[in-house]
Design a protein around this ligand. Sequence first.
Ligand code: DX5
Ligand code: ZN
Length: 215
Amino acid sequence: MIKISPSILSADFANLERDIHRIADADYVHVDVMDGVFVPNISIGIPVLKSIRKVTDMFLDVHLMITQPVRYVEEFCDAGADLVTVHVEADFPENIQAAIDKIHAKGKKAGIVLKPKTTWEAVLPYIDQVELILVMTVEPGFGGQKFMADQMPKVAAIRKLINERNPACELEVDGGVAPDTCQTCIDAGANVLVAGSAVYKAEDIPARIKELRGK
Ligand code: DX5
Ligand code: ZN
């Protein structure tokens, strides 16, 4: 079963509660946190996540696009994240490991994220420990960018590794996922699809979510 995680980066932040209730048919809510340093954009942070937690019981999939995420992961867990993902490029390996450990100590799921130029081998130190691996299919920072099909061999390589070493681990893709690209991601082995603009620009959001689950 393919899971859909709509990105609220494409929601109307002045009507966030309404826009979260609009995606009730989805599986997760994808929350993009950007610090203006790790990526060239600033989005939302801990206070907004706390407010989101108050208005929904949905699973909150929090994607941290921030430098040295180990500094903040516990606060994101306390604010209501169910899953916190950290970029492997965002700090030294020992600090990425510390971030994973802190998330787990809070009783939450931990994941790692790979930017497009980062190769699949980057997951090797963490594959046995994480609940999710996220492969970016755009350069992180903005919604509405073009899907990078050249990331599919990486998705397939990580799927193979997951099946061998940690079959419960989920494999998520993020960026440019739309009706014309979702099946490619599913065929490569992804089981969680993030979609921002493809969900929020749709006339019929429940129908679009169904469409994104593939054939
Ligand atoms: C990009 C974010 C994505 C983004 C996806 O840095 O991580 O989650 O919102 O948006 P779409 O689906 O429009 O590419
Ligand atoms: Zn994201």
